[in-house]
Write a protein that binds this ligand. Structure first.
Ligand SMILES: Nc1ncnc2c1ncn2[C@@H]1O[C@H](COP(=O)(O)OP(=O)(O)OP(=O)(O)O)[C@@H](O)[C@H]1O
Ligand SMILES: [Mg+2]
Length: 255
């Protein structure tokens, strides 16, 4: 049996794309990677991820064509469990051995009971960052807290946390990007090389579906590169890692 990997796209900065990227990653590993995926939404009281699933289920009930489209996929939707942070640890531990990948959407603040224990259950944390000072200033102490309270603590699974750019705009702030990466490197916080581009497509429902595969046209925008990089990190200890990387370059062409 494969070991379950627990992943969170997380930070203590609001609106940087945590929920969006948790969904994207969960859906892509589910549909393209064919991993057994589950999601825990403990971003109480927002539960925006679980809310999206409820909305999609209601749409399916109201629209027979859409329901038929979902049936035709031949792949059941991955489970999304909504709970509090305190409950999330038990939920996560119950999932051990039943899923390949568990994505956990946590609240955007670290001052929440149970969060430190939950961090210790995570294998990897990926911290989205926007090109603004507030985003940088919020991410540095967040990484420091992960280092102090989770990574290397007895019984903690946390292997590493990584920063990466979201809402990247190629034509802007190149000096800001460069200097931030330099600062993070000095603080020994690794940065992913992939960047998710800023795009109005993120406003489209199809971009944040929890039940349908991401349409091929959206795989640009840096998403493919990010998924490859996540895959290489998450499955570094497994032999089929290379095959999975190929999946994200080839399988989406068939969609
Ligand atoms: N790469 C992107 N380009 C453009 N818009 C984006 C991008 N990523 C996310 N967004 C948008 O940014 C907004 C915030 O995203 P999201 O809700 O995922 O952030 P969050 O970090 O989970 O926020 P919160 O702290 O409220 O939980 C959403 O409207 C989303 O569509
Ligand atoms: Mg969110």
């Amino acid at each position: 049996m494969r070991t379950t990997k627990y992943i969170s796209i997380s930070s203590q900065k609001g609106g940087v794309g945590k929920t969006t990227i948790n969904i994207l990653a969960a859906s892509l590993f589910h549909f393209l990677g064919r991993e057994k995926v589950a999601v825990i939404d403990c971003d109480y009281p927002q539960h925006s991820l679980a809310g999206l699933r409820h909305k999609e289920l209601a749409q399916l009930r109201a629209d027979p064509t859409k329901a038929a489209g979902f049936q035709a996929l031949g792949l059941p939707a991955y489970p999304i469990v909504s709970c509090t942070v305190t409950e999330a640890l038990d939920v996560a531990q119950e999932m051990e051995g039943q899923f390949d990948l568990v994505f956990i959407d946590t609240p955007g603040t670290i001052n929440v009971p149970g969060l430190l224990a939950l961090w210790q259950q995570l294998d990897y944390v990926f911290m989205p960052l926007e090109a603004d000072v507030l985003s940088v200033e919020a991410t540095l102490p967040f990484a420091a807290a992960l280092e102090a309270f989770a990574k290397g603590q007895p019984g903690s699974r946390l292997k590493q946390y990584y920063a990466f750019w979201n809402k990247h705009i190629k034509s802007e702030k190149q000096e800001f990007y460069r200097r931030t990466e330099e600062l993070f490197s000095q603080q020994r916080i690794p940065f992913l090389t992939s960047r998710l581009e800023h795009s109005v497509n993120y406003k489209k429902e199809a971009m944040r579906s929890t039940m349908f595969p991401l349409s091929k046209e959206f795989m640009r925008l840096g998403i493919r590169g990010l998924m490859q990089e996540l895959s290489q990190i998450i499955f570094a200890d497994e032999a089929p890692a290379l095959a999975k990387v190929t999946l994200f370059t080839e399988a989406d062409k068939a969609l």
